[in-house]
Ligand binder design. Structure first.
Ligand SMILES: [Zn+2]
Length: 186
């Protein structure tokens, strides 16, 4: 396995539509394994392919110790609303409250190529919605009100200088310097 570079806000790949995966290949499984490893090093709970510069329609999620692989995911049921503070591994240090569906059912293909259906509420539900957004070029800041988005973007302008080339390099030895946001980086 190897760690991948995380692309940060400003890289056009984050705004691209992904391509459905026709078949689960060993190469795709390797990408999935690398994405889990990268997500762990970055102290996140979810990661989508565009965040590592890829265009395959695949994301990984890990909530409460349960790992989920979402290949070609679709939300087939949604219910209610909730507000959750979200952050994004591609927009480090920026957080904001997003209104999402309170419960979703996601249909996808798993790492073994078999169909899966995952029901999620709270963090799992929020994280799956956040990752599926990524697969369609959408970011959590798009859900903020105009003023809050302007504020987040102004903050990001200052933060961005820490990521030359719009690339974020993570290491398994990176300390978790902001444990308060552990359940929000995705
Ligand atoms: Zn994200």
């Amino acid at each position: 396995m190897s760690l991948l570079e995380i692309r940060v806000l400003g890289d056009p790949v984050l705004r691209q539509e992904t391509t459905p995966v026709p078949q689960v290949t060993p190469e795709l499984q390797r990408l999935i394994d690398d994405m889990f490893e990268t997500m762990h090093a970055a102290k996140g709970v979810g990661l989508a392919a565009p965040q590592v510069g890829r265009t395959e329609r695949v994301a990984v999620v890990e909530v409460d110790g349960a790992q989920h692989v979402l290949i070609n995911p679709e939300i087939v049921e949604r219910e209610g609303t909730l507000k959750w503070e979200e952050g994004c591994l591609s927009i480090p240090e920026i957080y904001g409250d997003v209104t999402r569906s309170a419960r979703v059912v996601v249909r996808a293909t798993g790492r073994d190529g078999q169909p899966v259906e995952i029901e999620g509420t709270e963090l799992l539900g929020v994280c799956m919605q956040h990752e599926i957004d990524h697969l369609h070029g959408k970011l959590f800041i798009d859900h903020l009100s105009f003023l809050k988005r302007q504020k987040a973007l102004a903050q990001w302008e200052k933060e961005k200088v820490n990521y030359p080339g719009l690339v974020r390099v993570v290491s398994p030895d990176d300390p978790d310097d902001d444990p308060e946001h552990d359940d929000e980086r995705m």
